[in-house]
Design a protein. Structure first.
Length: 175
């Protein structure tokens, strides 16, 4: 085997090993997130350290808001108005015992790997961001359901095209 072939084989072996390790790590991470969804819990973290888990019991004891927002999806010809039921996003951190003062952002993680960064400024805006659990009076379907979006979803009313809305929310990390 000549030198070039040996280099190619070594590079392929390193790529294979790296990919295998990535898949194994991701499977564990995805399983943890899926377990959160199945338990209808949201892990709340502060700089990566879990400080609370919010579930329907906790959320049900908080002040809920019913509001309308227009969902625009690439699958739709035109935006569709929905009536959502949820909780003001900033209130979640109070319930978890986390102050947003001197923080910069919150990362919203979904079970499907989607991540939405939200600035503290936009979180504190009145009537802007909500964690919702009902759409038009019905609980959001689960990840396994064809039209499922939940059990929790982030709705950003100030996002004109719904591009930063997040379905299947399972984790919030305040940074």
């Amino acid at each position: 085997m000549n030198k070039n072939n040996r280099i190619i084989v070594i590079i392929l072996a390193v790529l294979f090993i790296t990919t295998t390790i990535g898949v194994i790590v991701n499977q564990r991470y995805a399983a943890d997130r899926k377990a959160l969804l199945e338990a209808t819990e949201i892990a709340v973290r502060e700089s990566g350290q879990e400080v609370a888990r919010l579930n329907m019991t906790v959320l049900g004891s908080m002040k809920t808001v019913e509001f309308t927002a227009r969902l625009k999806s690439s699958l739709m010809e035109k935006p569709k108005e929905h009536t959502y039921t949820g909780i003001a996003f900033a209130d979640l951190f109070t319930a978890a015992g986390i102050s947003l003062e001197e923080k910069q952002r919150v990362l919203v993680y979904s079970v499907d790997g989607y991540v939405v960064p939200l600035s503290i400024k936009e979180i504190k805006e009145f009537d802007n961001i909500y964690l919702v659990y009902k759409d038009n009076g019905n609980y959001l379907g689960s990840y396994e359901e064809a039209d499922g979006q939940g059990p929790y979803m982030i709705v950003i009313r100030g996002d004109r095209f719904s591009q930063r809305w997040a379905k299947y929310v399972c984790e919030l990390d305040v940074q």
